[in-house]
Ligand binder design. Structure first.
Ligand code: ADP
Ligand code: MG
Length: 471
């Protein structure tokens, strides 16, 4: 009587078990389902293409040893790979043993010697490069309404990594809201207080590059084992893994194993997990296991505090009116603020200039110009004036007549929409008005569009004209 495939496979598993570590055994061999045995050929089903490649890259000698012991010297193995997207099975991938090819997909004779037995290199927490920037700390992370929840969750995790229910901790928010600063502060805190913990910060780019290198060089096992030794894994800007199936799959396995063994995972993203596109559902659902917290654009007070903190750290006094002007005017993001402040520091320390409103305005103008989009204020003003058939200079000036005021407001409205200029700078381009006048203009235009269909279609038409120039 011929033994059935399950029994044969179980015999193989018994042999394999003695040759691989338990964790790896559970990850890479338990999920395999034996399908059939025909003569010398055993067919096994694996959950994905990636899984198959992984086995091929890492476990050929192990599989070969087990199968020849159980099925004899002529034994061969075939894989049936489940296609990831559905449950349909792709035609079996043929892999032959033992033909000196080790079953490598692009193997050349003798390629088996590429498989060096895996040597376990234990990481030393003291010497491992955490890739953290020591500048980022909780001390210099200003707390505000915009980041309170994320910050306190971060503190909790920093005190007890892997122990709280905030695992993974997923922080999300737009550009420059402080995600990288906060997650690095957590990493630094843990590194300082718990020197035996291995902390690793990677941005998605590091992770993807390392992974692709490992894949090409058949070092996936080393790659995985490296990551599995980490006590705190920080993965920054996870949204960029969108569409990268294999990298995601790798991350999925690392995530699972770290999570199972109580290691802490922290991620950041530019949007909440539910809005992430191009991600495997099972990965997204894992992202939601712990705590998801957002960081908002900083409000005026927080910006003010950040400005003071930064300038103080550089030993520079910044007059209150200048700080307030900047907090008002830089309404793009905190990275631009960083640029403006650095430039101010440069002027103050190297050029020995006094930091006053004039200097701040000058610096701001230069920096903001760089981040301005293609459509210039001049072009918007000219186009709007032509459209409404009003005199350009009057529109830019102080005239208070209604037929001039409305085009002026419309022009301000488009400056806000199509340039990166701050409200204050838009005001300056219209006869030195202040930011509150601009806010009022934006509100009036929006109100009129709601109540006056003709006005609305004029504005839309103008919008199209301006946009054409942008494309
Ligand atoms: P993100 O990663 O969200 O794009 P970053 O963490 O790189 O943003 O922050 C951009 C800049 O703003 C950094 O220089 C950072 O130190 C600073 N920053 C952001 N939030 C704060 C804060 N709450 N306190 C102090 N500095 C902050
Ligand atoms: Mg960042």
């Amino acid at each position: 009587m011929v033994a059935d495939c399950t029994t044969l496979w179980n015999d193989c598993l018994d042999i394999i078990k003695t040759n691989v570590e338990e964790e790896n055994f559970n990850t890479w061999f338990r999920p395999i389902v034996p399908l059939r045995v025909e003569g010398d050929v055993l067919t096994i089903q694996v959950p994905s293409q990636f899984f198959y490649e992984w086995l091929e890259d890492n476990y050929v000698p192990t599989l070969k040893k087990a199968i020849t012991k159980v099925l004899g010297n002529n034994a061969r193995l075939e894989y049936s790979v489940i296609v990831d997207s559905g449950n349909t099975q792709s035609p079996p991938v043929m892999v032959n043993y033992p033909n000196g090819m080790g079953g490598k997909r692009n193997g050349s004779p003798g390629a088996e010697s590429d498989y060096s037995p895996f040597t376990f290199k234990a990481l030393n927490p003291q010497t491992v490069n955490s890739r953290l920037n020591p500048y980022y700390s909780f001390d210099n992370f200003v707390e505000g309404d915009c980041n309170r929840l994320a910050r306190s969750a971060g503190l909790a995790v920093a005190k007890k990594p892997g122990v709280t229910s905030f695992n993974p901790l997923m922080l999300y928010g737009g550009v420059g809201v402080g995600k990288t600063h906060l997650v690095q502060a957590i990493g630094n805190e843990i590194r300082n207080n718990m020197p035996n913990k291995i902390v690793l910060y990677v941005d998605q780019n590091d992770f993807t590059t390392q992974f692709l290198n490992a894949l090409q060089n058949h070092k996936l096992q080393d790659f995985q084992n490296f990551y599995l030794q980490v006590d705190l894994l920080i993965l920054d800007d996870v949204q960029f893994l969108a569409g990268r199936e294999k990298t995601q799959e790798m991350f999925f396995h690392i995530f699972n194993q770290l999570h199972q063994s109580g290691k802490q995972i922290i991620m950041t993203s530019d949007c909440p997990p539910r809005d992430l596109k191009g991600f495997q559902e099972r990965l997204l659902s894992r992202f939601k296991w712990g705590l998801t917290a957002d960081l908002q654009e900083p409000d005026f007070e927080t910006k003010l505090a950040i400005i003071h903190r930064k300038m103080q750290a550089d030993g520079i006094e910044i007059p209150t009116d200048v700080a307030e002007y900047l907090a008002y005017s830089v309404d793009t993001n905190l990275r631009d603020m960083e640029g403006v402040l650095n430039s101010l520091i440069f002027h103050a320390t190297l050029l020995k200039k006094n930091i006053d409103l004039d200097l701040a305005k000058e610096v701001l103008k230069n920096i903001i110009k760089e981040i301005q989009s293609d459509v210039s204020v001049d072009y918007i003003q000219k186009t709007v004036a032509e459209y409404f058939k009003v005199d350009l200079d009057s529109m830019k000036g102080k005239v208070k007549k209604r037929e001039i005021v409305i085009p002026r407001q419309v022009a301000m409205y488009f400056c806000k929409r199509y340039t990166q200029l701050t409200l204050a700078l838009i005001g300056e381009n219209f006869g030195g008005r202040d930011h509150s006048t601009v806010i009022h203009a934006l509100e009036s235009v929006e109100d009129m569009m709601k109540t006056d269909a003709n006005f609305k279609s004029s504005v839309e038409e103008l919008g199209k004209k301006l946009k054409m120039r942008m494309n």
